[in-house]
Design a protein around this ligand. Structure first.
Ligand code: ADP
Length: 163
């Protein structure tokens, strides 16, 4: 039986922290779907299409495109999981800060769909403090973000700022 998982988030843009979770989750499941939420489109830097494209390029570069798929989605996460026959939601957990939100989200998702389990992977020690929000902030202020992002994603951020 194929074990399918979804890894949802805003990925605005995909960072090396996200990529680390994708690589590790791809070793556990037969198929991993990176789900890019479009519900907060107005607050995001990149459109859902741009975020999907960046994630696809990173996944192809690390050679995982045969088992990791990227999808934009809107609406309830558990509906998206059911649609894809996924029985697991993967989330990354950074030290302390993520815990409360992630705990609530996992419990609420379980309450509305108890056939889908949430599985947490602890952020790797060198990725603990990497977040899309801080990376964008550093970039906006002229800092070098190449240690946090794939080079293609850095270019997309550069282009966005120029617009
Ligand atoms: P962010 O919090 O960076 O805006 P997302 O909403 O796209 O990211 O997060 C999607 C998932 O990836 C969440 O479970 C989040 O905790 C996790 N995640 C984000 N950054 C990292 C990281 N550096 N290491 C591990 N997991 C991460």
């Amino acid at each position: 039986m194929n074990k399918i998982a979804v890894y949802p988030g805003s990925f605005d843009p995909i960072t090396n922290g996200h990529t680390d979770i994708i690589k590790r989750a791809a070793k556990i499941f037969d198929k991993l779907i990176v789900g890019i939420a479009s519900d907060n489109e107005k607050q995001s830097t990149f459109s859902v299409q741009e975020r999907v494209k960046m994630a696809e390029a990173v996944i192809s570069e690390i050679g995982l495109d045969d088992r990791v798929e990227v999808q934009g989605f809107s609406g309830l996460l558990v509906n998206m999981a059911h649609k894809n026959k996924a029985s697991v939601i993967v989330r990354g957990l950074r030290a302390i800060a993520d815990f409360e939100f992630e705990f609530q989200l996992a419990v609420m998702n379980y309450k509305i769909a108890d056939d889908v389990e949430t599985l947490f992977l602890m952020a790797s020690d060198n990725q603990q403090f990497v977040s899309s929000r801080f990376v964008k902030e550093i970039h906006k202020l002229g800092g070098d973000v190449s240690q946090f992002l794939n080079s293609g994603v850095v270019k997309c951020l550069d282009d966005k700022i120029k617009k």
